[in-house]
Structure formats: C-alpha cells, structure tokens
Design a protein around this ligand. Sequence first.
Ligand code: UDP
Length: 319
Amino acid sequence: MKKNTKRKKVLIAGAAGFIGSHLCDRFMNEGYQVVAMDNLITGSLQNISHLFKEENFSFHHHDVSKFVHVPGKLDYILHFASPASPIDYLKMPIQTLKVGSLGTHNLLGLAKEKNARILIASTSEVYGDPLEHPQNENYWGNVNPIGPRGVYDEAKRFQEAMTMAYQRYHGLETRIVRIFNTYGPRMRVNDGRALPAFISQALTGRDITVFGDGSQTRSFCYISDMVEGILKILFGDYALPVNVGNPNEITILEFAKEILRLIPESNSKIIYKDLPVDDPQQRRPDIQLISKLYNWKPEVARTRGIELTIPYFKNKLNA
Ligand code: UDP
C-alpha cells in the first residue's frame, strides 16, 4: 500500500541515539511519517528496532557528514547526530567536528531544498566552563577551542553560526535548542557519562568513579521533559537559541551518593579519579526564556527520573 502522503514527514538525524530514538517514538505517536537516519557509530539499532515494523517508519544507515538525499517532501528536519559524551568525542574527534559542521551544512541545504523547518541540537557546552551562573542564552561562553572538548564545543558553536546564517541569508525556518545534561533509558551503559557510569558501577558492585573532588555541579533533565521542550521549540515561533534543561543543580559527589541511595542493595564504594581536562566546574540552565515563551518547565524530579532509569540499566547488565 502506498504511504499516506498527507502525513507530515520528519527526518531525524541521529535517530538511533539516546535523544533521537525518543524523538522517533514521539513523532510516530503523533502520526508522522518518520525518516530515521544514523551512521550507528554511537547510536544503536536496538533503540529503534521496535519501530521497524511500522509502515510510516524507515531507517537509513547514512552519515550526514556526507551528502544527504531524501526523496519526496520533508516538513521538518531534526539534527541530533553527533557523538555527545566526553569519551566519545575524545575517541572520535574528527567525526565530531565533521558532523557538527559538514553534517549541519548538508542538513541545512536539504532543509532549503525541501522548504522544511529545521531544528538543530546544540548544547550547554557552547558555554564552556562558564563564568556566569546560571547560564542564560545571552552568555557567549568560555570555551577552550584547542582543548580536548573543543572538537565538540566548537563544532556546536559553528553549527549555531551556520544555522543563523541560513536563517538570515536564505530566510530558512530554523530552531536551535541548547540541551543541558539529559538522562533516561537508552543511554549507553558505557558511554562514560556520570549517570550511566554510576548506575552501572552501583549495579555491578564496582567502585563509583567520581572525577576530581566531586564538587563540580551539573543539572540533570529527564528525557520525557527534554522531548517535550524540544517539540515546543520546534513548533514555536522563536528562532534564536533556547536552553532546555532542569535547573535543579547538584554536585557530582552528591549525585553519586544519591544513586547509591536509590540502589540500596549495592555495596559499591566511592573512589576519586583525576578530573578530565577543561571539565566545567558548574552548570545550570537559566530556563526563564523557555518558560516565558512556551510555559515549559521540567515535571520529573531527579530521584523519580533515576528510579525510572535504573530498570533499563538492570536489564542491559542482567544485574
Ligand atoms: N564524572 C564523574 N565520574 C564519571 C563520569 C563523569 O565524576 O565516571 C563527572 C565529570 O567529570 C563531570 C560530570 O560528572 O564533571 C558530568 O560528566 P558527564 O560526562 O556526564 O557530562 P558533561 O556534563 O561533562 O558533558
């Protein structure tokens, strides 16, 4: 049977990743035709395999750093393709730079060709190791361009610049989301980030590796809140960057202890390791803009979100 062409059609780049796959679910539930694209260097087909049987879902194994072709119309494009955890972009520095720059250029060109609205996943990393706290959208950031994180931070800053240029020069409909730390099911067990590391260490009785003295802070947003915020921005009228995240800030040491409390059967101990180079000392989103524009605020408290996430890791680890 021919696909229903009246459906709105969305291309999701990075569809097999953590946030990308949750976006696929959401757009499928909303009745869209979803074209999913991923080169699978950090994403996993397991995150979207449940959608393969759906008529309105298709998957394309493709690297968006190379020319992107999608036949037919497109209403929306979401660019969520990139290695996104510090150890991933340290292992894949060139791919990280390419997907943020060349990949963004290709998808902007595709959006122009299809007359589609495009949303770009940017990041709190554009603020670097911030000298202003909390971070609002007017802050220009404090980034070391040549440090190990520079490959991600600068690619994302370039991505924002390129996106604004297409909006101003070509009149393209663009949206930029600055995503702060996000967590939930489908994060990779071994992606090296704090939450997957701490939960899997706690579940398998290994030491909990706190980097530095653990006094650095982060603010963790549950995936369902993030997806809701992204959709509000996509469908809203505001084209400049918007922060999305949960402003509830916690030190990494407290976060490790909280996870241990939520896995009471664990006998893991906290140990301290070297702080990675250029690790931001503090991070908390100022979410006044998105609250004012779209009346969005996070709904899922951190302990609840962690409780919702632990079973996923238990299952993955057979713990
Ligand atoms: N971190 C840690 N132990 C780990 C992994 C991360 O103490 O095993 C720290 C890391 O140094 C950083 C914070 O947790 O200060 C958040 O790191 P993550 O990699 O989750 O993301 P980031 O916010 O740095 O991009």
